[in-house]
Design a protein. Sequence first.
Lengths: 251, 315
Amino acid sequence: MLKEQGLSMPTISIAGENALIIYFSDEVSDDTSAKIKQVEQLIRQAMKVDLSDDIVDLIPSYASMLVVFNILHTDHHKIRNKLRALLRRLDDNSATDSDVEQSSIIELPVYYSEESGPDLTVIAQRNKLSVEQVIEIHQAKDYHVYAIGFAPGFAYLGEVDERIASPRLSTPRNKVPKGAVAIADKQTAVYPNTSPGGWNIVGLCPVDMFDVTATPIMPIKVGDKVRFKSIDKNEFLSLGGELPEGFGKLS
Amino acid sequence: MSFSTGFLVKEPGMLSLIQDAGRFGSFNIGLTNGGPIDLQAFQWANRLCANELNATAIEISIGGLALIAQVDTTIAVTGANMSLSINHTNKDLWRSYAIKAGDLIELGFASEGIRSYLAVAGGFTIKESFGSTATVCREGVGGLVGDKLKKDNILPCASQRRKTNLVLPEQFRPRYCNDVVLRTVPSYQQKNFSSFQQRLFYSSDYTVSKSFDRMGYRLTGKKITGDIEGILSEGICQGAIQIPADGQPIVLLNDRQTIGGYPKIGAVISIDIAKLGQLKQGDKVRFEPISMEQAHNCFHLDLSYFNRKKLNVCD
């Protein structure tokens, strides 16, 4: 698969004194995302065995993975060789299904409405759709979890159907509520906590996206797929969702 | 019923944070590392208190912290030259002192460097979040409640006074100046900057702008132009140098976001990040490219030097 994209991919480059970065592709694709998830799993398995003192942390993203290593124990030559060996295992298909967990599909309930999604109307008007159509389109496909960052537990999901893709607000809100399901360009996300933000809010999700008391802390990880499912207000409230005071009227 | 005792915060100062050596292993869920900006000064404070090197201490930026001891213990302050007084008597930094319950410890404002470290015997006993006590305010994680110290906070610690006081001899103490060379490993999107642009970058002086904090230092100087404006968001390591569209470099520090989409020309080595983090608006830096091998050499020599320096016993 990667060979079709040219011999140079994946490449391993220097990021910093104690970090290398693997570039898998120049663009976002389902194949790349799946590959990154597999490589992450292989590295995490190796971290339990022979790389336990060597690798400190991993940051998988859209088309790359940052590998931070412990400069007290190892150097970039050794880590490079280890990573190359792991990448070869995937390339020659010697990594079997038992090595690599399949992508999970996680269903997240969303209360879509004008009172929980103050930007639904604007998105509908801009794209000459009804609010119902916007809701229908948003939950019609499975989204890849491409990256987690920006804030603890904030997952970048993509890609959103062109018909509801929406530029960020020209003035970000000071307070986007926890659980807000939102769109920016062709990306969508669930705000794990109340924070400032400029994404277009279409609904609220009652599931905790970053619960420090839960195992795992996040219900999703990079490489998973997310499917949104519309619920009504009663279901939203019974699942523990809360409507922020006067939220639907916020502009 | 027991109340935790330790130190009462009388004045929190500009920005005082509970820090251990940092939070590692949670980058993949979006948590950055935090931890002391000047790792070496932090480690000296702990060594002076005969602590483990990553024991929890306080990072004081700019100054103004005042604490009242509730226990008998030993403390040491290192880093930027904030004036230290105990019960209104001036004391030296870079050495430890026996403290009794009721003592008032006050820090003034720094004239050289901006970050100091106050360690206590045994470290502050703070509950870990994600394996670390490091405070990252932006994330609301670490410290007492994920925030900077506030008046009337109680910073718990054991009552354990060290038998001897220690001092770092003057010739071994770092000097903080306002002109620093940042050794840099060219990396990431360096190939998207022409050799002319790279030479310009590595031969120009840059000035610390008014935007400098624990997330990053925004610099001003010669504009650097690459052949791309943005990239697919990717993992950002400590010290990475972003070049946004305005061409003015930003060096990313401990509280940076874990992923981002600006092109990066290289990454500053860790021992020089500590020097950068002691600078303030108007101070000067210059970047110097070095190889990965030189970077590792610098790191290990510095560590060896740190380990070889001996503390003396003092009264």
